[in-house]
Design a protein around this ligand. Structure first.
Ligand SMILES: [Zn+2]
Length: 205
């Protein structure tokens, strides 16, 4: 792509670093910004910069938060000894949307995936096992997507905590294998949390 301006080229190159954004789309977006009032681009870049600089991860559940302890963890009405294990913030949002769950979360930050070079130590597993060891957990609900990576991750965690006296369950699936949690509709997802099944049962299936 030949650019008439180095400034334009730089903006397009930066924009095209985003997933799913090729050079053509990046150019279209950048040209759109040039047609918009300047303030709009300023607001966008400020929002991104502030988010990147100031966003925090909850010290307990690792969810994205503006404060040290997220709103869910600090809410006294939540059931604090029930923990739902999810991959990332999108899963927390999806489950919160169902209004069917009143426990807390633990955000792993990904799934074990040897193909992508992601091992258990790249994820927030240790802090979860620690919560179990400290006796803070009565029930652990696995809510990772039912892919091979999700299953591997569930099983890895399960092996770490199986000697402790806690309930382990997995969300029941009206969702077909390989579907990502965030795409499940609210009613199906809500039901699958309420109708969760013992984790051991899911292993035998
Ligand atoms: Zn939290």
């Amino acid at each position: 792509m030949e650019f008439s301006s180095k400034l334009l080229e730089r903006a397009v190159n930066e924009m095209s670093q985003l997933p799913g954004i090729g050079k053509r789309t990046a150019l279209r977006l950048v040209l759109h910004m040039l047609r918009q009032p300047k303030e709009q681009t300023t607001a966008l870049s400020e929002a991104l910069q502030t988010m990147r600089n100031d966003v925090k991860f909850c010290k307990s559940c690792h969810n994205i938060s503006d404060v040290e302890l997220c709103e869910i963890c600090s809410n006294p009405n939540r059931i604090e000894n029930t923990i739902c294990v999810v991959e990332d913030v999108r899963d927390v949002m999806a489950i919160e949307n169902t209004s069917s769950y009143k426990g807390l979360y633990h955000v792993l930050g990904g799934k074990i995936s040897p193909m992508d070079g992601i091992g258990p130590h790249d994820l927030n597993v240790e802090s979860l096992v620690k919560k179990v060891k400290e006796g803070k957990v009565k029930e652990l609900i696995f809510a990772l997507s039912s892919t091979m990576e999700g299953d591997t991750t569930n099983f890895y965690i399960y092996k770490q905590i199986q000697d402790y006296e806690i309930l382990t369950s997995t969300i029941a699936r009206g969702i077909s294998v390989g579907d990502e949690l965030e795409y499940a509709d609210e009613i199906t997802l809500g039901r699958s949390i309420i109708n969760r099944i013992p984790f051991e049962t899911s292993l035998k299936l």
